[in-house]
Design a protein around this ligand. Structure first.
Ligand code: SAM
Length: 292
């Protein structure tokens, strides 16, 4: 195995052929009934949550992922948001951002209670929303929870891990069909959709499967330093509302009102809202030799 390390500050990023190494000062390991959980204390990235060997979130760059999985879709609504479903999301970062849009209720269905307990204890800046009285926490399989639901949610967010282990069922057409039914008639579905560079095949599969179910499917990008290749994607799938159909003047007004109530966000803004949907040619034109 050939390792290359680029050093900067007190940290080195070792890029191997398969992934990325973040140097840590301490590590705590736990085997839960669903996955291997590792909590690292690093020099430059704060605490790092790892599940089944994949970095899930770091205190330093988590804001990018959690802002971008929520705000592009939520600023597409021009009406109050009542009920939101988050599937996965064990660290609580997605719920924290959803609450900024003042929903009536957020149901978070997380299969692994130990991830939530670890996040509440070790990652308070990320998990702080989980204690909010509008949040209903259920510890069960999100695949089973959504089965049979009809027109209950304004938004469904799939904040899952890679398609290995318990997340595998959250990448299938049948699951997307159940989410379609569980959404209201103008509901929006959002999922993290892997790296178009490092996991091009899986990314294209998510977009393809969603396109079989929803009339509007919009992949978009964000830069996440501690994820494979740094180029990350999410995909919005919608029955009627199109994130690119929001007029800049309306979005500007919505964002200004939001900032007055909740303060500036650290990554998302109206320019990012439109720019994130610009996808490079190679993503859907060439077969990538990504590792999955
Ligand atoms: N929010 C993190 C980030 O910044 O990328 C990563 C996602 S979060 C840690 C992924 C969660 O999905 C894990 O806590 C895992 O237990 C949960 N999960 C995986 N499969 C699931 C399923 N079928 N139903 C509910 N939760 C699931």
């Amino acid at each position: 195995m050939l390792w290359f390390t680029e050093y900067y500050g007190g940290e080195g990023m070792e890029l191997s052929a398969t992934g990325l190494t973040v140097k840590a000062k301490s590590a705590r390991y736990k085997k839960t009934p669903f996955q291997e959980l590792l909590l690292l204390e690093s020099e430059d990235w704060g605490k790092v949550l790892v599940l089944d060997g994949a970095i899930q979130t770091t205190e330093r760059d988590e804001f990018i992922y959690h802002e971008m999985i929520v705000h592009p879709a939520f600023f597409t609504f021009t009406r109050p948001i009542e009920r939101v479903l988050v599937i996965g999301g064990g660290d609580g970062g997605t719920v924290r951002e959803v609450l900024k849009h003042r929903p009536e209720e957020v149901v978070m269905v997380e299969i692994d209670r130990e991830v939530v307990e670890t996040a509440i204890k070790e990652l308070p800046s990320i998990s702080k929303g989980l204690k909010d009285k509008r949040v209903k926490l259920l510890f069960e399989d999100g695949r089973e929870f959504v089965r049979g639901k009809e027109a209950e949610f304004d938004a469904i967010i799939v904040d899952c891990s890679d398609p290995i282990g318990p997340s595998k069922v959250l990448y299938q057409e049948e699951f997307y069909r159940d989410c379609f039914k569980a959404l209201k008639e103008d509901g929006i579905f959002i999922t993290q959709s892997e790296s178009p560079f490092a996991q091009n095949r899986v990314h294209r599969q998510v977009v393809r499967e969603l396109s079989k179910v929803f009339p509007i499917v919009r992949p978009y990008l964000a830069f996440i330093p501690t994820y494979p290749s740094g180029m990350w994607s999410f995909t919005i799938a919608s029955k009627r509302l199109d994130p690119l159909g929001v007029a800049p003047s309306a979005l500007g007004k919505l964002y200004k009102e939001f900032v007055e109530k909740e303060g500036e966000l650290r990554y998302y803004n109206p320019e990012i809202h439109y720019g994130a949907f610009a996808i490079p040619n190679f993503v859907y034109r060439e077969e990538q030799n990504g590792n999955t």
